[in-house]
Write a protein that binds this ligand. Sequence first.
Ligand SMILES: [Zn+2]
Ligand SMILES: [Zn+2]
Length: 252
Amino acid sequence: MIMKLTLIGSGTSIPLSRQRCPCYLIETGMAKLLLDTGPGCLQTLQELTITYNDIDCLCYTHIHLDHIAALPWLLFIAKNAFHLRVKPLYIYGPKGIGSFYQKMLQLYESQINPTSFDVSVKELAEEAFSIKDVHISSIPVPHFNQCLAYRIENKNGYSIVYSGDTDYTEALSAFAADSDLLLLECAMPEGQKVNGHLIPSLAGKIAAEARAKKLIIIHRYPICNDKEICHIIKEIYSGTVVLAYDLMTFEI
Ligand SMILES: [Zn+2]
Ligand SMILES: [Zn+2]
């Protein structure tokens, strides 16, 4: 069974025309998952004829707004649009996602409080579980707040790893071992490292240590230079390097 990845938003908090805020769609034979829901993602999904009702599961890396801002919007239309959602919605995220959800409900109350479907919100650390025909695992990664990386595998063992926002950690290299697609952030250019994010040499190091088959570089701030990123990474990592832009698709 094929697993399909679509880059709905491959960028950062700064919206660019082909690099919108983070959101990644994974489709398997039975399930549709979103990894993060950055602002604007529902519009892009709609253009691909995928609606709020089609999504089974939301996996959040962390609660920075560029990664989660569309959640109340999704809940709002799921209960107020013409086609009410009825199937359950599973929401996963790092420690704190539960209180974030509760505070959101207090703020928006009946606007978003689901009545026609059940919502399950679960806080994850280092654990694994299954939704329909996909196996999902997570590990905490170093960022400003609680942040997770995810590994999504199908029944045939093909895997997609999404770093979320992260600094360098050997644990991520091990977690991404032998992944078919590695979505790895590279927020800053070489020589301008900031805490909690990667630069090209560290992204290349993780991809090489993980022996990832294909590296997809996401979450590049506008100060990054695409050519320079590729050049530096290719000196360290011998696999295929792809610079992410919205609406790219990958099938494994
Ligand atoms: Zn981010
Ligand atoms: Zn962040």
